[in-house]
Ligand binder design. Structure first.
Ligand SMILES: C[S@@+](CC[C@H](N)C(=O)[O-])C[C@H]1O[C@@H](n2cnc3c(N)ncnc32)[C@H](O)[C@@H]1O
Length: 183
């Protein structure tokens, strides 16, 4: 089965976990990975789904052994394991990151449907991500709407700064990339 068929099958079974109708385009995936490279150090990706952004991260030169994926859906995890040998795959919620011992990451790249989640869960996930990130590390997230992808109160509580990245029209629907760093 191709990626789209697998994705649609899981959208029907678990709509609230996925919150998108189709996977990201390769243009959005490349925009999400554009600031990464061979010197990014260890990187985590949250909610990789069928691996569109994973592929773009590896194409930027991040070594497979430096990449860890956190994906809730076991069907996606099995597919990711076949497609991306050498990448560590955790069939585990993103908010469990610190329990798995990740530290000093250069970046966390997220395809999670953050704005569909309650602020308390957004807070848990961002808190976990920044506990795993190096001091200068960044959290990269896309969103479809006009608002930034993180609740403003959660951003303030965690002391984060946001910058807008690329606006990608060649995606269904068009999306914008945002970067969060510590103040
Ligand atoms: C919108 S899809 C994005 C898929 C892919 N990144 C893309 O851009 O095509 C969201 C993904 O996040 C996963 N997910 C949702 N909540 C999660 C959580 N708390 N921890 C890890 N993965 C989660 C879903 O299973 C799904 O694969």
């Amino acid at each position: 089965m191709n990626d789209l068929a697998v994705f649609l099958g899981q959208v029907i079974r678990r709509p609230s976990q996925i919150s998108a109708l189709v996977p990201s385009s390769k243009h959005l995936a490349r925009a999400m990975a554009a600031s990464l490279g061979p010197d990014s150090g260890a990187v985590a990706e949250l909610g990789p789904g069928t691996g569109k952004i994973t592929r773009a991260i590896l194409e930027r030169g991040v070594a497979p052994e430096n990449l860890t994926l956190f994906e809730l859906n076991p069907v996606f995890c099995r597919r990711l394991a076949g497609d991306f040998p050498g990448v560590r795959i955790e069939n585990s919620p993103a908010q469990n990151m610190p329990a798995l011992g990740l530290m000093g990451l250069g970046a966390v790249v997220s395809g999670l449907p953050l704005l569909s989640m309650p602020p308390s869960l957004q807070h848990q996930i961002l808190h976990a991500a920044f506990a795993a990130l190096a001091p200068e590390g960044r959290f990269i997230q896309f969103t479809y709407g006009p608002r930034p992808p993180l609740d403003a109160q959660v951003q303030n509580e965690l002391g984060l700064r946001v910058t807008r990245g690329a606006h990608v029209l060649a995606n269904m629907p068009p999306a914008r990339v945002y970067h969060y760093t510590r103040h």
